[in-house]
Design a protein around this ligand. Structure first.
Ligand SMILES: O=C(O)c1ccccc1NCC(=O)[C@H](O)[C@H](O)COP(=O)(O)O
Length: 207
């Protein structure tokens, strides 16, 4: 079964709806470079409202370690996710499980990158170019995903209800991650798009 993460949550209601519809995780973006940046206070409310067994993922992009520590202390997310030039050792310094995002926009081979992050709990392959922020809505060549990777792979970038089935069948990732494909505006989730996305992933799993 393909796990589903819905990223860029800024409202309690959207996170609860995603959980009710079957999302396994929600993402909270703390970096100021995002149009989906959430405040610490709102993030705390969202995490406190989540039902059991739905993970919360805190996202950063070349941010100060102090911000990461503050989020860990005040929000208590399940996982960290890093989108910038952070090294494996830098990501691991917090002693918490983390995902490392790799920019696949230029069609890079993923495998050498996976080896750079042996301490990552998983690697997220995203469609944007190196140095750019995530949540771009851009896809990449899914056939670049390695078979039998050492870590679980999360497929991201430009996914929506209309293409996620093909993405799952092509790449067989551990999980898929979506932001703009289920939104009506950055950080505002659209219930119909969210429901259609989760239905499409489950249909691909069942096929
Ligand atoms: O979403 C953002 O605004 C963002 C900004 C800076 C770093 C990471 C960000 N999002 C992280 C993500 O997990 C993915 O990029 C995202 O789910 C895929 O986005 P999309 O292509 O819009 O589905």
């Amino acid at each position: 079964m393909t796990r589903i993460k819905c990223c860029g949550m800024t409202r309690v209601g959207d996170a609860l709806l995603a959980a009710r519809l079957g999302a396994d995780a929600i993402g909270l973006v703390f970096t100021a470079r995002s149009r989906r940046q959430v405040t610490l206070a709102r993030a705390r409310e969202i995490v406190a409202a989540l039902p059991p067994f739905v993970a919360s993922v805190a996202l950063f992009m070349d941010d100060e370690p102090g911000l990461v520590r503050q989020v860990l202390d005040e929000v208590r997310p399940t996982l960290l996710q890093f989108h910038g030039n952070e090294s494996d050792a830098w990501c691991a310094q917090f002693g918490r499980p983390f995902l490392k995002a790799i920019a696949m926009g230029e069609g890079v081979a993923a495998l050498p990158w996976l080896r750079e992050y042996p301490q990552a709990a998983g690697v997220l392959l995203d469609g944007h170019a190196a140095g750019e922020a995530g949540g771009s809505g851009r896809t990449f060549d899914w056939s670049l995903l390695p078979r039998d990777p050492a870590q679980p792979l999360v497929l991201a970038g430009g996914l929506h209800a209309g293409n996620v089935g093909e993405a799952v069948r092509t790449a067989r990732p551990w999980a898929v991650d979506v932001a703009s494909g289920v939104e009506s505006a950055p950080g505002i989730k659209d219930p119909a798009r969210l429901a259609a996305f989760i239905r499409a992933v489950r249909a691909a799993d069942a096929a």
